[in-house]
Write a protein that binds this ligand. Sequence first.
Ligand code: B12
Length: 469
Amino acid sequence: MLLIHPWIVDFAAYDFWIKPLGLLYLASKLRRTGYHVTLLDCLDRLHPFMRQCSPSDKSRHRFFGTGYYPKEILSKPPLLKNVPRRYGRYGLPMACVRNVLSTLEAPQIIFITSGMTYWYPGVFDMIALCKTLFPEAPVILGGIYATLCPEHARSKSGADYVLPGPSIPDALRLAETITGFKCFKDTKASIRPAYDLYKVIDTAAIRTGIGCPFRCPFCASHILSSEFSRRNPEDVFQEIRHLNLEMNIGDIAFYDDALLLDQEKHIVPILNKVIDSDVNVRLHTPNGLHPRWINRQLAGLMFQSGFQTLRLSYESINPERQKAMGMKVTDSDLKKAVHHLKSSGFTSREIGGYILMGLPDQTLEEVIESIFFVFSLGIRVSLASFSPIPGTESWKTAAAQGLIDWNMDPLLTNNSILPMVPDPQQKWKLIQIKTLCAQANQMVIRGESPLQNAEWRRQIRVLSSESAY
Ligand code: B12
């Protein structure tokens, strides 16, 4: 069985502890039922072939195991031809992937995962390559794009089977049918991602539960998994311990959507176990945390257990917008969370607040006021560009208002192009705001406040005073 995590095809990409968690769970399950499994992760920056095909460049490796990918420039698809940025394929260069694949014995089945919906060109290129190199092997496609855009994937990807959703059991049944191999019965209750398939690995992603009980209008979590369930804290701790002490992994990122919910039964025991053990790991939450649940006790446990990168979901200062998200966070929640985190020992550079920009009904003032508020708390700003996701409430509203087409090509929802901001001038201003925020974050890192910097304030204010959209 050959399992593949294809490239990212986009205008920009950065490795924030990206690992194909779903595919690694599938690998583990396939192995336990008796198959021989090989992994090709095109986004593995430590892949031994990466150095051969793309000479090592130290600057690619940055803090805590994150970093840049090599990029091969591609011509833009016609739908994106007017975007004034360079489009490309991120990850192991094509020649390198061909080399890796040509050393393999022909697989019986190829399983391919998929990430963001608008990264589908990388998936299609991989399927085409597999069909050329291994014409006999059926290709099974799963993952996020396959779940959110199943019809698109079925009609256009070239995969033999598209399995949307949490489809690992379906994939096992299909493998049995295709190969005629009678699988072993897998009796073990817990399953772990097969990280040992990497030759060299220094970071990992972990999920302590699936789904999310909230229904934020812009988020697809409930479509990807309709149930919300959590793993046993002891099982999660054992996984962290194994990754850290047996695999020597120093950085672990949580991929959960609601990590802190029901903390006394979940994250508190997990962190207590980490603190009371010989585990020595840096923990990160690239996916935002709910600030309301960060109290003094939890902040202390997070500090002691080794959290290094904390991203708090704030989204916006606009009270109407906060209401539309079910009051999941208020200004005072964010303020209190930051206070507890800082009193526990976290510094400004370690904490960031997510702000959404580029929403269809959002003014520039809303974005700027949200930025000012987050900087007033002495933490960094992480600006997330809004992109409508098929099946979400935001998608339905935008389609009903005629802002997007129901059958819109996923490429047009790329967050880099701010798809819900039609006016090029407004787009340009938001990009300027992003650049100014990056400069301001550097000030925060140096211990300065951007709000005390008159020139910075002037530059950002000029953008808002010109016009709102
Ligand atoms: C962790 C995460 C990230 C990580 C990176 C993850 C990655 N590997 O790429 C970080 C924090 C960096 C990130 C960033 C962003 N993310 Co994000 N992220 C997630 C999150 C929370 C989890 C994804 C995940 O790995 N899940 C864990 C594994 C186990 O699940 P899975 O891969 O889906 O696999 C399951 C099945 O699909 C199946 N499966 C998987 N592969 C295969 C293969 C086969 C063959 C089979 C049979 C089955 C199968 O098995 C698994 C078990 O059921 C999802 C939300 C969610 N709940 O899934 C959002 C999500 C994917 N992100 C989303 C967004 C919008 C973003 C951002 C654009 C946010 C922003 N505006 O800045 C950025 C952009 C990233 C970029 N351009 O680089 C959207 C998707 C948007 C889209 N159009 O596709 C999601 C759905 C969240 C949302 N808002 O609704 N993200």
